[in-house]
Design a protein around this ligand. Structure first.
Ligand SMILES: [Zn+2]
Length: 517
């Protein structure tokens, strides 16, 4: 504090002969300019600690000070570029989404994510990364074009299978397997880990042994496995987790969008959490995330059997095993809460349920699936999850939050997830405290990904920041109208730059393709 300017003249004269002769050292004197000053906000550091009233000072892309900035120091004021008054608001790290989708070459702004407070997304999920070799070429193109959020990239197991010539083989030749492992090893040098999508082709053809071999390469590079597990049905969940835990002996493992399809209740959630807890106690580094919706969203092939998922398989099965296929579809869809619980999201069916379509066409729904849509003919939202079960999972400290959403997917999670966590689970239902919810969406995913300089508001961390009033956060996205941006995240800062403020997007994109450490 420069108290001299407040002093009365006689005192000034006395002081002038004593201490005030030397000018006080300017506040943060080492910086000739202060790019961003966020004043007087309730700072949640992202580690789960209670909010602290503080100023946050940003120089370049870094937080250089968190505390009581000395505003009365005239020299400091003159050095401040942008000043934001956060009185009455929360200042927190930007959210990190450990499972997201989208194409940065088509929608590089990712405003759907920025508007819900997300400053870092992950791509290459579910075993599926861009079919570009080397993947670094694609990442360079993304960097060059610019990106609104930061990107932590994963390499997809299915893509590696295709690129190495393994393809859909269940017992690949040793040379192609070796080529796949080699490609993985090379690509892990600049990506955050391997993603698997074991409910999809071609990944579903992999044996447990193949997955273990991949895990050894991942572990050898100190990376992680992000897994869409083999089967998310309630009665298959234990087996799916067990398979992932085997990979966990060699690498860090993470369950993407944990759910128990058609399972229900908090007791079931506790059983699942118990399995993960026991595994951690036995030394496996396993974490998971969920998205806060009771419907999943994916291709309609999810309801088709493994022997009729591809067009080729399907065309043969349709002729040779039609009755068997129809029965399988009838049973599977009914077990997944029936055809009224499948909401199609692809034109020309968008907005209709499978039951609507069956009614319109006066056909049994299984015939609609076989004769009208086919396994590659649509994507849909499937209302197969139980709110109580998912809410209990969400309360576990080792379960984070993902959107599994994209700018263009016909499901509200792509525009609503992180807003919904605050609006519903913190403010309305009080399932989580605000500081815990913020931790789950910031430092927790940062730690999972191995990002040591993001996800926390502290000196020397990168300035990915959000400013908001929790009471005013609104999730506007719905199933019929999923593309509505979230509201209430007043300011979103990416790498020290204001990327979005009061609903206005900065056309200059400030995200980066991140490098693993
Ligand atoms: Zn998935």
């Amino acid at each position: 504090m420069n108290t001299c300017k407040f002093a009365l003249l006689p005192i000034l004269v006395v002081l002038a002969m004593t201490g005030c002769q030397q000018k006080p050292t300017p506040f943060l004197a080492e910086y000739s300019t202060i790019d961003l000053l966020i004043e007087n906000g309730a700072v949640l550091d992202g580690l789960g600690n209670e909010a602290v009233l503080a100023d946050v000072v940003v120089v370049g892309d870094k937080i250089v000070f968190v505390g009581d900035a000395e505003f009365s120091n005239d020299d400091f004021e003159s050095r401040v570029g942008k000043r934001i008054d956060a009185t009455g608001k929360t200042v927190a790290p930007g959210f990190i989404d450990p499972h997201s989708h989208g194409n940065p070459l088509e929608t590089p702004e990712f405003e759907n994510f920025l508007a819900m407070g997300v400053t870092t997304i992950t791509l290459g999920e579910d075993g599926d990364s861009p079919y570009v070799e080397p993947l670094s070429d694609w990442l360079a193109e993304v960097s060059e074009k610019g990106i609104g959020t930061n990107l932590a990239m994963f390499v997809g197991h299915g893509t590696l299978r295709d690129q190495s010539g393994v393809g859909m083989s269940a017992s690949p030749e040793p040379e192609t397997s070796a080529r796949m492992l080699e490609l993985l090893d090379q690509t892990l040098k600049y990506t955050f880990g391997l993603s698997t999508g074991l409910e999809y082709n071609p990944g579903l053809n992999a044996s447990t042994e193949e997955l273990r071999e991949l895990a050894r390469v991942v572990g050898g590079n100190d990376r992680m496995i992000m897994s869409h597990m083999r089967n998310e049905d309630d009665d298959q969940l234990e087996a799916s987790i067990a398979e992932l835990l085997e990979q966990g002996e060699d690498a860090r493992v993470h369950i993407s969008h944990l759910k128990a399809v058609y399972g229900s209740g908090t007791a079931r959630a506790e059983e699942i959490l118990g399995i993960l807890e026991d595994a951690r106690a036995a030394g496996v580094n396993i974490t998971a995330d969920i998205y806060p919706y009771s419907a999943s969203y994916t291709g309609i092939d999810i309801v088709f059997p493994v022997w009729a998922k591809t067009r080729q398989q399907f065309d043969v099965v349709k002729v040779e095993r039609r009755e068997e296929l129809a029965e399988y579809l009838r049973n599977r869809v009914n077990r997944r809460n029936g055809p009224e619980s499948t909401l199609l999201g692809t034109d020309p069916y968008t907005g209709k349920t499978l039951a609507d379509l069956a009614h319109e066409m006066e056909l049994p729904f299984e015939d609609v699936l076989i004769d009208v849509i086919g396994p590659d003919g649509a994507s849909g939202a499937y209302f197969v999850m139980n709110d109580e079960l998912q809410a209990r999972l969400l309360q576990d400290p080792n379960i984070g939050v993902c959107s599994d959403g994209s700018p263009t997917g016909f499901h509200p999670r792509g525009h609503g997830t992180f807003a919904k966590i605050i609006e519903k689970y913190v403010i309305q239902d009080r399932v989580l405290t605000l500081s815990e919810a913020i931790r789950k969406m910031t430092s927790f995913p940062a730690q999972i990904l191995g990002l040591s300089d993001r996800g926390v508001v502290a000196e020397n961390m990168i300035a990915d920041l959000i400013i908001f009033d929790a009471e005013k956060i609104r999730d506007r996205a719905s199933y019929p109208d999923p593309f509505q941006l979230a509201e209430g995240f007043d300011v979103v800062v990416v790498n020290g730059k204001v990327a979005r403020e009061s609903g206005r997007l900065d056309p200059a994109m400030h995200g980066r393709v991140l490098q693993p450490e």
